[in-house]
Design a binder for this molecule. Structure first.
Ligand code: SF4
Ligand code: SF4
Length: 234
């Protein structure tokens, strides 16, 4: 289970400042149960964007946005609506946004932040990963996560140590920032490299204290058996 929350609408509208036509994608998996990107929230977002003067070319909820094959097959019938859009707004966790960005040749923007729950998340087959930083930056990086694609989790550009497209720390890995640069270039978004990205708020990359007593947190992080220690002592 991955928990996500919608970004403030002002932030979403700022992303879309230069884009009139928008296609919306929601997720019937974790985002629906988070109340951030299921069919209800997609319909609400469509209404809000229309009221804000945007033209919503289409909207679709897919069962799991963490599966690129499913995304491609579910969006096949919407190709014309996606082509008519200047940008695709994705209402789900960071993994889902990255998967849509890999599957659709358009600027793709996150409508949600992925909330840190600690522990590990469900398994998926793709290469996309998310550290649940709760301040999703994928708008600036063409849908490739700088925290997980870059070995040093740099959010403000490459370290300069890459060689032949490979990371200086792990030569078996592609340089994440080179991937970001190439994707930005391919989509006509190289100007995004001039974006001033705020420094990361590292307090957010940890479970919120008030969340640690919730059943959802307990399900993800079951308490360790304390009885064993007692048994050893006696
Ligand atoms: S920037 Fe990366 S780590 Fe942060 S929410 Fe987005 S995908 Fe996850
Ligand atoms: S070489 Fe690329 S992936 Fe490796 S640490 Fe530097 S910027 Fe990050």
């Amino acid at each position: 289970m991955i928990l996500s929350e919608q970004k403030p609408f002002d932030e979403i509208i700022a992303y879309l400042e230069k884009d009139k036509n928008v296609f919306i994608v929601g997720c019937n998996g974790c985002a629906e149960s988070s109340g951030s990107g299921g069919p209800k929230q997609v319909a609400e977002m469509k209404e809000k964007l229309t009221k804000a003067g945007k033209n919503v070319t289409g909207a679709k909820s897919v069962d799991f946005l963490c599966n690129k094959a499913l995304i491609k097959s579910e969006l096949k019938g919407r190709i014309d609506q996606i082509k008519a859009a200047d940008a695709v707004l994705v209402m789900t966790c960071g993994i889902g946004v990255q998967c849509v960005a890999a599957a659709v040749n358009k600027p793709v923007y996150p409508a949600c932040n992925t909330v840190n729950l600690g522990g590990s998340r469900g398994e998926w087959e793709g290469i996309e990963r998310c550290y649940e930083c709760d301040q999703c930056l994928l708008y600036h990086t063409a849908g490739i996560c700088p925290l997980t694609a870059c070995t040093k989790s740099l959010v403000s550009g490459a370290c300069g140590g890459a060689s032949n497209g490979k990371c200086e720390v792990s030569p078996d890995r592609d340089c994440g920032w080179e991937l970001i640069y190439n994707r930005l270039k391919e989509r006509g978004l190289l100007h995004r490299l001039n974006d001033m990205i705020k420094p990361l708020d590292h307090r957010k990359i940890a479970p919120r204290p008030e969340m640690m007593s919730t059943p959802r947190y307990g399900l993800e992080n079951p308490p360790k058996a304390e009885t064993k220690a007692e048994e050893v002592k006696s």
